[in-house]
Each structure stands twice: as C-alpha cells, then as structure tokens.
Design a protein around this ligand. Sequence first.
Ligand SMILES: *Cc1c(COP(=O)(O)O)cnc(C)c1O
Length: 232
Amino acid sequence: MSIAENLARIANDVSMAVARRRQGVSGTGTQVKIVAVTKNQEAAAVREVIDAGTASIGENRVQEALAKAGVLDRRAEWHLIGHLQTNKVRQAIPLFELIHSVDSERLAREIDQVAAKTGKRQDVLIQVNAADEDTKYGITAGGVTELARMITRLEHIRLCGLMTIAPFFPNPEDARPVFKTMYDLFVALKAMQLSNSSIEWLSMGMTNDYVVAVEEGANLVRIGTAIFGPRH
Ligand SMILES: *Cc1c(COP(=O)(O)O)cnc(C)c1O
C-alpha cells in the first residue's frame, strides 16, 4: 500500500468512527485532523505525505524536526508531540504551530518567555497521563484545572486543549475508558471558559487505537505506522 492509499484508508476509518459516536460525544465537532507522525522517517517521506494531502506533520524531537524542515521544499504545519525540555524551547518556538506536550508550570513559563521575545503567541496543549503510568510524561487528570488556570494567565502562550498517549493494549477496546476520561476532561476544561484560551483540540489516538479514540471524541489523531509502515 502506498502512503496515499494508507492516508485514504485512515481518513475513511476516521469518518466512519465519527459517525458511530454516541449522542453525548459532540463537544469536539465532527472534523478530525490527521497529523502524520514522521519521526524516524526521511524528509522524502515527509514530502510524500504532504503531496498525498496531509499538511500536518508530527515530530517527537525538536532537532529532528528542524533538520527535516530545513531541507523540505514544501510548506507544512509542524506539531511537536514529544516531550519538550526547557533547554530546547528556544529552538522549538519558531517552528511549531502546536506544542502538544506541556506538562509543567516551569515549561509553560519558559515557552511564554521565549515566545514573548520573538513576538509569537504559542499554541499549546496540556499532556495528560490519563492512566497514571510511571513511564509516561504528562500531568495526572486531577492536575489539569490548576495547570490550565496557570497557563491562561500567561500572555504569550495560548491553551488550545488536551493530549494523551493511551497505554498500549493489544485490544484497543481496552483503551476506551482512558479516552472517555479525556473527553470528560476536555468538556470540563471548555466549560471553565478561561480567558486567553481557545479550547478546540483533543489530541488522542495512534495507529493501534485511533478508531476507538475518535469514537470517544478525539478531533486530532497522531498516526505514524499506519501511514508509513514500521519505523526503522
Ligand atoms: C510515535 C508517536 C505517535 C505515532 O505512533 P504510531 O503508533 O506509529 O501511529 C503518536 N504520538 C506520539 C506522541 C508518538 O510518539
């Protein structure tokens, strides 16, 4: 299967999953953004996926993204989906449209300060460790409200929603409760009507579990393997 065929199949799966949503799951709209995760892929693969119709590119590492963006002769909307160290913020801000991985007050403050200097307002998501796994970055579900309030007091950073990486289950159905929790958190966050925010993205779902994630309200999925095949 080509990258274009894979993308078409995923887009079809996604729209069928939207159609299967229960009535209560309407808070994230019916449009789902597919972010192509290009970590460990060459710049040529990034070009190919853009030409196949996806302009949203997800990378885990700042350095890797910068290297590809530097040689890519195409426009793209870059998403930082991996953990961000405070000492990489300076390099990250100019490239990324949306940073999915804000999980501490310290990181939010650093982003705000660097963005202020470059005259940017940086869009971010709060990363939630919804299943409370030791191995994952992200704040616990109980910490979302406090971090959200803190972020929205900063002028050069704009909170746009939530992101999670669900635990890997051989049967993706087992991840459904995690996605439900995230949807409820998203709706509650939106209801807070915090100033200086635009709560619109619920980023969840990867190759193994995106269908279940979309059924439970994801409106941004991050997909690598199902588009490009196994990573090298
Ligand atoms: C690698 C990665 C993905 C994509 O994973 P696949 O299983 O290849 O679709 C999505 N989100 C994050 C945060 C990742 O690190």
